[in-house]
Write a protein that binds this ligand. Sequence first.
Ligand code: PEP
Ligand code: MG
Length: 561
Amino acid sequence: MQNFPGVGVSPGRIIGTVRQMPKPISEPAAGEQRKADVSAEDATAELKAAATSVHDELKARAATATGDGKAVLEATALMAKDTMLLKNAAKLIGRGTSAQRAIWEAGASVSEMLHNLGGYMADRATDVLDVRARIVAELRGVAAPGIPASDVPFILVAEDLAPADTATLDPAKVLALITSGGGPQSHTAIIARSLGLPAVVAAAGVEGIADGSEVYVDGAAGTISLEPDTDQRSAAQAWASNASLLAVFDGRGVTADGHEVPLLANVGGGKDAAAAAELGAEGVGLFRTEFCFLERDTEPTVEEQAAAYKSVFDAFPGKKVVLRTLDAGADKPLPFLTDATEPNPALGVRGYRTDFTTPGVLDRQLQAIAQAEKDSDADVWVMAPMISTAEEAAHFAGMCTEAGITNPGVMVEVPSAALTAEAILREVNFASLGTNDLTQYAMAADRQLGPLANLNTPWQPAVLRLVGLTVEGSRAEGNTKPVGVCGEAAADPALAVVLTGLGVTTLSMTARSLAAVAAVLKTVTLAEAQELAKLALAAPNASQARSRVREKLPVLEELGL
Ligand code: PEP
Ligand code: MG
């Protein structure tokens, strides 16, 4: 039996067959000419046939898809029939260019034209680039890029997934996710947890697993095995019957001795929020507003923004909703705010910092939030991402006051903010620890890089200390303010216990993890959680911290978490 160790990021034990995500399509060489023995007519006909088959394939997939995925597939299918695209390519073929190069160049110019038109048209620019890659793949006779289509459920193996891949990832078809890249806080990890799919990241060598191979995946242990044995088959069966228990959250985060830790949801828009409310979330601890506008080239209007925000507020009348202002940059670029040519985007102008270079956008967002808040019954809290100093916190609080927002706060995700939490919390009403970025910055390890996954875990004692310091800062004399956690750490049931022991007041996570976190939290008293926090802080490294804490929580093994 061949094993591929990786990092488990979303629990679940499952057996299924592998489908590899095809590699991105490379650009045909500049100046590539049509072969001498192929006429312009034949090359054009071949191109049209390829475009038609891409269109038909996307249409067929759209017919069985739902929601955002359906819309994306339909828009892309339409582009494959675009007359301007095909005419421009035919012209280039007439001048001697190869069919692949011709569609590549025609795609680039149509995409640029749409981009320059702005608004709805600009949103179609990426569809053209997607369609040209699919047509080139068809001409080359290789698999189309993106998540493969399949009639039967499969285990997806990829290098890493991007936020945009979620739209076409059908959770009814994908059984589990395995990536060679990514880390515990990568987008693959976030997507997997939000869909409730078992996932292992940073598993070296998995790109070599042949399509159709049967594998066993343990998303808690972080292992993948080829040719599953009988023990693994029974483990997968046991998980399947346990999984229904973990799907139900009773709506209350509380320790065995009654210490309440409200369990909130991380959401990216109205649909997520409605689903989270359905799953019993006690409120929203992180509304990632940039997720509403990832496809946009232009700044959304105040009205558009207010409508998007209201749709989340309306899912939680009378409940707490913590909205985060746009966190554009690094792995979440927004073309109207961020500079794609920055040499080091994770350390660049991202999050709150975009107000330095593009003033006005944050003001308008705060206006939109205030407007949406007025029209809803939610208890709205507003925080800024990537705050590094007390001065920045004060500036943000001032902007909120000006917009009529009464409950300003900050994300603590830069180590300097954790170290100066007391001063920062004098300026704002609350803090929320973004352990994903806090870990990447404390460990100087890119959260998207597989080879750094062992550094990039919130189990690092250094990261836990920063969490502890932030809580201490919030408790300084006359200054007791709520400090929650909204990074992926909160969704790990064992870490959730440690964070509770460190004194955080709320835990916010993908709604699918609420039941598992609640089930484990209710097996410990607050004093036991505090002991476990001490144990983790004193461990010599992250893996010891994790294993020492897990040993003391037998419920994890019982539930397969
Ligand atoms: C974080 O950094 O922990 C966080 C919650 O924000 P994001 O993952 O959106 O960067
Ligand atoms: Mg962050």
